[in-house]
Design a protein. Structure first.
Length: 338
């Protein structure tokens, strides 16, 4: 006599019951009432899993689940299922424990960046344009106000920009510059993925006497755009979130990621490798156009001195960059191969 629970077919009704075996017949009783009686070979028996009761299913869908999870039916095949042997195999369990983080690592740090790079290459210009414009709207609202420089001062920045673009043979349709006042960014410059570069009043004033130093900073920003750094980062973040969402099974995240990637750009911090890439782009172009790495070193040094004068937010910008002294050293000693 085996005690357990009886489940009526396609119903959530549960009854306490006992199963009686006699010969090759199985009968289920609750009290004196016989609920089912059938031949053993018409029953299906669930797979043997450690810690799980072996339940009987009748042809009409009714089920009997023994209370004792270790109970095994005498008429059940002696061989336990493949699944059960996998679950009770210690070596396999340890392997799975080790393999899961390895697979996760491979997925997030190897596969995701590769998919992201492919996605960037396939990214239509219109999407990049949209991403950049939306980010600019957010940044402008949150951190920028109209320039307070004189018309001449602003024009000097624009002339320098046009001159640099012309020398680089870059399209003036794609690349544009804007000057803004910003308490948030301080003396700073940044580039948006679609080619818009922003220079703050403070940076323009700081380097007003050293146009080639400002040119070096502009080249660094153009380097970020040419190498598609922000698109790469946004796409990596998006692909990683989608991969995690698929693992966890919450696809709502996907919509959020796709819609939210624009605002993520605002807090964008380039990786150190990307900063070196942008620096090297600037150094190669300076050399090619007949200027020198010294111009870039000077720009960086001006920012250091500014930082000593007052507690300035340029620090924020620099904190995401490689060590400033390292970069100044690199700008002075690196001779790009042309
Ligand atoms: Zn940078």
């Amino acid at each position: 006599m085996i005690r357990g629970y009886f489940y009526q077919p396609s119903s959530s009704r549960v009854q306490e019951a006992v199963a009686r075996l006699s010969g090759n017949r199985v009968a289920i009783y609750t009290g004196d009432e016989c609920l089912r009686e059938t031949m053993q070979d018409t029953l299906s028996v669930s797979a043997h899993l450690p810690g799980q009761a072996s339940e009987l299913t009748f042809t009409d869908g009714a089920r009997f689940v023994p209370l004792d999870v270790t109970h095994r039916w005498s008429f059940q095949s002696g061989k336990s299922s493949l699944l059960a042997s996998l679950e009770s195999n210690l070596v396999l369990i340890v392997c799975a424990l080790v393999a899961t983080p390895v697979l996760l690592y491979a997925l997030l740090f190897k596969l995701v960046p590769e998919i992201a790079v492919t996605a960037v290459e396939a990214m239509p210009d219109a999407v990049v344009e949209q991403m950049g414009q939306q980010s600019m709207v957010l940044i402008e609202r949150a951190a920028l106000s109209p320039s307070e420089l004189s018309a001449e001062q602003q024009q000097a920045v624009r002339d320098l920009w046009q001159d640099t673009l012309a020398q680089l043979d870059l399209s003036a349709d794609k690349y544009r510059i804007d000057v803004y006042r910003s308490d948030h960014f301080g003396a700073n410059a940044f580039a948006l993925p679609h080619g818009q570069v922003v220079v703050t009043d403070e940076l323009a004033l700081l380097l007003a006497e050293h146009p080639n130093a400002l040119r070096a900073i502009l080249l660094h920003e153009i380097g970020h755009v040419e190498r598609m750094h922000s698109v790469r980062l946004a796409s990596q973040a998006a692909v990683a979130s989608i991969a995690i969402a698929m693992l966890i099974g919450d696809m709502d995240i996907v919509a959020e990621v796709v819609l939210g990637s624009g605002s993520a750009l605002m807090d964008l911090q380039f990786s150190q490798n990307m900063e070196w890439e942008a620096d090297n782009y600037a150094l190669v172009q300076l050399a090619r156009l007949g200027y020198s790495g010294e111009d870039f070193a000077q720009a960086l040094e001006s920012l250091v001195s500014l930082d000593e004068d007052e507690e300035h937010s340029w620090l924020k910008y620099l904190s995401t960059h490689p060590s400033l002294q390292e970069r100044i050293e690199h700008a002075r000693t690196h001779t790009p191969a042309l």
